[in-house]
Design a binder for this molecule. Structure first.
Ligand code: PLP
Length: 376
């Protein structure tokens, strides 16, 4: 049996073998893509090939695709580079959006975690100043897909620009830049089985964009700094492997059914909304998320707490808060996310571990957290 069942693909999806091979090949090749000599040209060819592969994943042109250090940088670049003072964001955006524009007007979501389009319409109508609207494709905690096409339709009537954080959607659902109609699209390699520390910002031809940093003329003067050639190679290979998207919906649905049979009072967040096929955000009543994550870890199952977690510290989930989930319920939510290498054994291992925990909790008061959770 493998050391553990890895069910935290929304945090980082394991490196695909093809991405690993492409990275090793690029590392062996060496060279700086800006150098004119043979080694440089070889590195340039690697970057160009990966650019075609990543652009093709989202139906973009290579000239529209700028490599970055990840989704965070792509989001920051888009939000600053669009040059709009007025910014509207949904309440469930990732911190790399929310913190990049602390002055943004925040749009509510409904109890399933879907953007309130009427609120967007009202906000757009409230000012004549053209805005930038930033709405994610799929939420990282719940997997709920956002009505991006509707957002585009509404935003266009007021002359707004549209940024979409596609980090958790690309590779899971088909993404087509033209069909989606957004102006800026952020991507991250490590969410699709590429390496960490590399991503892309797709900027549709002709829309405003100014780079944030000064330096060399890399990425056609749109993102200074020598390219991360091996990372980019791995990103390109992963993008090619994605094909038409993830196909783990059957496993995810079976998992949700089994967990509901074990704990009928468990709640899946966003279950009535359209979701990507790999994500389940579920609460085991009266058992804190940290307790579940630790117990599952001891059983060799990797999941994350539904709450944001950075530098080992678990914070309250702003996503569940925006959905109006009571604190006691939200603090018991974990996120299970499947990916390209998830199999039946992983799912069975999770179900067994979750069931064992549930039985232990019901038998004993040690894990009971009702009062703690309510006070959190
Ligand atoms: N956007 C979303 C929705 C994410 O889930 C993440 C990472 O978790 C990011 C952006 C940031 O991407 P990266 O880790 O590549 O900086």
């Amino acid at each position: 049996m493998p050391a553990f069942a890895y069910l935290d693909h929304n945090a980082t999806s394991p490196l695909r073998p093809a991405a690993f091979d492409a990275m090793v090949e690029a590392l062996r090749a060496g060279g700086n893509p800006s150098s004119v000599h043979g080694a440089g040209r070889r590195a340039r060819a690697i970057v160009d090939k990966a650019r075609r592969e990543v652009a093709s994943l989202v139906g973009a042109r290579t000239t529209e695709t700028i490599f970055t250090s990840g989704g965070t940088e792509a989001n920051n670049l888009a939000l600053a580079g669009a040059g709009r003072r007025r910014v509207l964001v949904s309440a469930i955006e990732h911190d790399s959006v929310r913190r990049a524009v602390p002055h943004a007007e925040v749009l509510p979501v409904d109890s399933e975690g879907i953007l309130d389009l009427a609120a967007l319409e009202r906000a757009l109508a409230a000012s004549a100043e053209p805005a930038l609207v930033s709405v994610m494709l799929a939420n990282n905690e719940t997997g709920v897909l956002q009505p991006v096409a509707e957002v585009v339709r509404l935003a266009r009537t007021s002359g707004a620009l549209i940024h979409c954080d596609g980090v958790q959607g690309a590779g899971k659902v088909r993404v087509d830049l033209q069909g989606l109609g957004v102006d800026y699209l952020s991507l991250s390699a490590h969410k699709i089985g590429g390496p960490t520390g590399v991503g892309a910002l797709v900027v549709r031809s002709g829309v405003p964009y100014s780079p944030d940093r000064r330096g060399g003329g890399q990425e056609s003067n749109r993102r200074a700094g020598t390219e991360n050639v091996s990372g980019i190679a791995g990103f390109g290979a992963a993008a090619t492997e994605v094909g038409v998207g993830l196909d783990v919906g059957v496993l995810r649905d079976r998992l949700e059914l089994s967990l509901a049979q074990i704990a009928p009072e468990a709640k899946v967040f966003g279950v009535r909304a359209p979701r990507v096929c790999n994500t389940t955000c579920i609460s085991m009543p009266a058992v804190l998320a940290e307790t579940q994550v630790m117990a599952l870890d001891l059983a060799g199952v990797c999941v994350s707490s539904g709450a944001a977690c950075s530098s080992g510290k678990v914070q309250r989930s702003s996503v569940l808060e925006a959905m109006g989930v009571p604190v006691a319920e939200a603090s018991c939510a974990i996120r299970i996310s499947l990916g390209w290498n998830t199999n039946d054994t992983d799912i069975e291992r999770l179900i067994t571990a979750w069931q064992n925990l549930y039985i232990r909790v019901r038998k004993s008061d040690i894990f009971r957290t009702g009062s703690r959770a309510r006070a959190a």
